[in-house]
Design a protein around this ligand. Structure first.
Ligand code: PMP
Length: 344
């Protein structure tokens, strides 16, 4: 007799990218250039007040994001990373037996969240080119579906959906089903045909956009994500959000990071130019790497994935293997990327 739910035995655990002392970590889609200017100072100042609870309404940060994004603050919720916001969204959208449709392979947190909330996961296999199969996803929507996730660009394959395809897909989703656009890697998108979900669909009440300060904004360790949606969806999410989960140092750090947008953009530009260089070099050995719009790329190595990652590790580079499927490699500094290229 187990003290916890027996069905958890069958649930894969979230696998974080490993940090190995002395090794180069290209396993967690972080940006390698340290916190943005002003962040360390802001956090240091905020730490002096940590005997008090943070502002639960996250008022200043939500106002700042609202201003930057051109929406009302009542359309924004923050959370302990956008991964937590996905959990909240599932909780507010799905009653027992309701369905959540998402592509697979995609972000590994979705099935974990699906399995531990009321939702039933409906996974739709990606196309042979590793992109979402939007036709099949639309066809998978039933009258039990409450939420459909589009991860754009997709983690871990890096593939992105263009405007015409996403327009057509969203038009097919019934207006009582939430479309959650996961734009964790939005800042790295350079293809002008790939839409900004907020700009393109922000006026649709059933579209929710999720973003994070963990990647381009360099705050992975402080855990700040945000969601933009219709006021009633946002109000529901804010009702179930774990109280005080955006800490005061995290709020201060996020405000400071947002002030450093030009430097964020400079770093993103470096990552994007490295992305082109590295993918071109990798394709000479592994021609099947799909086009990527994120700060990582996908090596569809199938059964050789674990062996490939182990060989990289022996060469001092940690990448992320997805057993039997492929390997995801984060773009690092030019030196780190050279180490990876040397390893392969
Ligand atoms: N969505 C996707 C697609 C991701 O890859 C990640 C991070 N790995 C997240 C959401 C969540 O990021 P965070 O919780 O750090 O905001």
């Amino acid at each position: 007799m187990s003290l916890t739910r027996p069905d958890l035995d069958a649930l894969p655990a979230y696998v974080p990218g490993r940090s190995v002392p002395g090794a180069i970590k290209l396993a967690s889609n972080e940006v390698p250039y340290g916190p943005l200017p002003g962040v360390v100072e802001a956090v240091t100042e905020a730490v002096a007040g940590v005997h008090r609870y943070p502002d639960m309404g996250v008022t200043q940060l939500r106002a700042r994001l609202a201003d930057k994004l051109g929406v009302d603050a009542d359309r924004i919720a923050t959370g302990c990373g956008s991964v937590a916001l996905f959990e909240h969204l599932f909780r507010v959208a799905c009653m027992p037996g309701d369905e959540a449709v998402y592509a697979w392979r995609s972000f590994e947190a979705y099935p974990i969240i699906g399995a531990t909330t009321a939702a039933t996961s409906v996974r739709v296999p990606n196309l042979p080119n590793h992109a979402h199969d939007l036709d099949a996803m639309a066809a998978a929507i039933t009258d039990r579906t409450r939420i459909v996730i589009v991860c754009n660009p997709n983690n871990p394959t890096g593939t992105a959906i263009r405007r015409a395809d996403l327009d057509a897909f969203i038009d097919r989703v019934p207006s009582n089903v939430i479309v959650a656009l996961d734009e964790a890697y939005r800042e790295f998108v350079t293809d002008p045909e790939v839409p900004d979900g907020l700009e393109a669909y922000g006026d649709r009440p059933n579209v929710v956009v999720l973003r994070t300060l963990s990647k381009a904004w360099g705050l992975a360790g402080l855990r700040v994500g945000y969601l933009i949606g219709a006021p009633e969806v946002v109000a529901a999410v804010r009702k179930v959000v774990t109280p005080f989960s955006t800490s005061a140092p995290a709020q201060a750090a996020a405000l400071a990071a947002l002030e450093a947008e030009p430097e964020m953009q400079r770093r993103v530009d470096l990552v994007v130019s490295e992305r082109a260089r590295v993918v071109e070099a990798v394709r000479k050995v592994y021609p099947d790497v799909p086009d990527t719009q994120a700060n990582f790329f996908w090596l569809p190595l199938g059964d050789q994935s674990a062996e490939f990652a182990a060989a990289c590790e022996r060469a001092g580079v940690i990448v992320r293997a997805f057993q039997g499927d492929g390997v995801r490699v984060t773009i690092g500094t030019p030196e780190e990327n050279d180490a990876f290229l040397g390893a392969i």
